[in-house]
Unconditional design. Structure first.
Length: 144
C-alpha cells in the first residue's frame, strides 16, 4: 500500500484509487469520507486529485453495469467470489476504458496488470489481462 506522502505518478493515483475502492467494497465506508481522508493524507497535484475522484466516482456510479460487464467477460468467475482486489482492478480499468477515455486502452490494461502484480495473487495479472482483453475484443457483443 501507498504510505502517506506525495502522489506523483498516474500509477500512484490508480493504486490510491484501488485502495479507496477496496475499503468502500469491504468495509462499507462512505466513499466521500475515504476520499476526504486520502486528500488529507496524500499530497497531490490538483490534476491527480481530480483523477482519483474521477476513477473512484466512475466505478461507484456505474457499479452495477461494471459488475454485469465483468460477469459477461468472465462468466466462470462469480463476481461475489472474486478476490476484492481482482474485482476492483477490473471495475476501475473497465470503467476507465468505457467512460473516462482519456488514456489509450493499451495503457489502461498495462497499468491494471502491473497493479495486479503488486496487489493480487500469483494468477491475478493473467486473469486481469485475460478479462480486459476479452472486454476490448468483445465489447460490441456486450452492448447488443
Amino acid at each position: 500500500m501507498i504510505g502517506r506522502g506525495f502522489i506523483s505518478t498516474r500509477r500512484d493515483v490508480r493504486i490510491l484509487s484501488l485502495q479507496i475502492l477496496c475499503e468502500v467494497d469491504t468495509a462499507g465506508h462512505s466513499s466521500e469520507i475515504v476520499l476526504s481522508r486520502a486528500k488529507t493524507n496524500y499530497e497531490m497535484l490538483p490534476k491527480d486529485e481530480d483523477f482519483v475522484c474521477k476513477l473512484v466516482n466512475n466505478v461507484l456510479v456505474n457499479l452495477q453495469q461494471l459488475d454485469n460487464m465483468i460477469m459477461f467477460y468472465a462468466p466462470n468467475w462469480p463476481i461475489n467470489q472474486m478476490a476484492v482486489v481482482d474485482r476492483n482492478i477490473l471495475r476501475m480499468a473497465i470503467g476507465e476504458i468505457e467512460w473516462i477515455c482519456s488514456t489509450p486502452n493499451k495503457v489502461v490494461v498495462n497499468e491494471a496488470v502491473e497493479i495486479a502484480k503488486i496487489f493480487g495473487s500469483e494468477n491475478t495479472p493473467s486473469f486481469v489481462n485475460g478479462v480486459l482483453g476479452t472486454c476490448l475484443t468483445e465489447k460490441s457483443d456486450f452492448m447488443e
